[in-house]
Ligand binder design. Sequence first.
Ligand code: DLL
Length: 433
Amino acid sequence: MIWNVTKECMSRDEIEVIQSKRLVKIVDKVYHNVPYYRNKMQQLGLEPGDIRGIEDVEKLPFTTYEDLNENYPFGLAAVPMSELVRLQASSGTTGRPKIAVYTRRDIDIWAECSARCLAMAGITKDDIIQVGYGYGLFTGGLGAHYGAEFLGALVIPMSSGNSQKLIQMMIDCGATAIACTPSYLLHVAEDLRDADLLDKIKLKVAICGAEPWTNEMRDKMEDILHLEAHDIYGLTEICGPGVATDCKYHKGLHIWEDHFLPEIIDPNTLKQVPHGETGELVITTLTKEGMPLLRYRTKDLTYLEYDKCECGRTMARIQRFKGRTDDMLIIRGVNVFPSQVEAALLTIDGTTPHYMIYVDRVNNEDTFEVHVEVEERFFSDEISELEKLTKQIHARLRERIGLNVKVKLVEPNALPHSDGKTKHVVDNRKLYV
Ligand code: DLL
């Protein structure tokens, strides 16, 4: 079902007219309300009047995570605090979260975008949907929740982390749809199969995202659960889930171009690449009030397809992600930067800055193991000292990155050292192709 035909099926000319109008407005707004943007524009010799439409977007400055960090927490807000009604966040490289703030209208538009995505996956007001993304600072739970409610579906706000309860409610309540990370759904699928409960479920659609996943994962979950799986993309800085989803033709994820202006740039030259070429996805928010962002560098590598889709939608399609330009890892849906691990280790006496992170996927669950070189003395001391240190590191990492990780202490020089750029991560999941 197409939730908003007038918007989702506009001609390219109509899309561009709306984008141009909105871009002019948003540029004017940030120039006058966000001193940081005003300075950035002034440094480039730019005034709002210089931006007359999307053809001028390349004149505008980029926004990066570093800009968010510099303006943490509310420096990029474009409205008075009294107009903000929500804050969401996800991990940042320095330990400071990436924050997004929303006005009431932002929440309504986010709900509409999320509802369009769910409708694109075939979910209607007659469905019972379990939201298995985390609720809280993470945008997944509330983003999917508001979208599903907006659509009129019956929402079961499960959150993440308790698959036995999820399975019980799925069966008892006859859930027909589920929204959660793909790895979590595969884990649930295997639990259902092992417990011989597959014939008790009524799921027909899954809407999975927040982390990269492969076609093999999609085939596997569709095969076990007999449902159709859709991919949903989003990021905290832009709003959360609901930026883009794939329709039943699965030829890329339609991005809501009336709210988000996408560009693909070469991350080295920072220039737009020709249509169809891969580069970094950059998004300008066209309607956000609380924290509008100009040319936000997502760090996600992909390309866009602009031809009309068989589903009737005209909005551009984001193609399979090829990786990220930074070293962010997504572990069980949680964003983790190696620098966070390093910062946590450095707070503990006895550790050295030499560490290695090994990531893998075992039985559809991400494993995260940190090997740390510790001072020689721990190996001559009693074994209980080593155990104590392991526990301390485990607890510190849990507190700092929110994950239970496996910690292994090794002797000095046991890990590969390099004179150049040290590699800190071995990721054996092969999620990007
Ligand atoms: O992951 C928002 C979200 C929640 C999206 C639920 C979909 C479903 P962040 O925690 O800020 O926000 O992480 C954003 O996750 O830049 C991508 O690298 C990655 N990502 C999100 N969705 C997908 C996807 C949420 N479908 C970062 N495929 C993004 C691949 C994805 N990567």
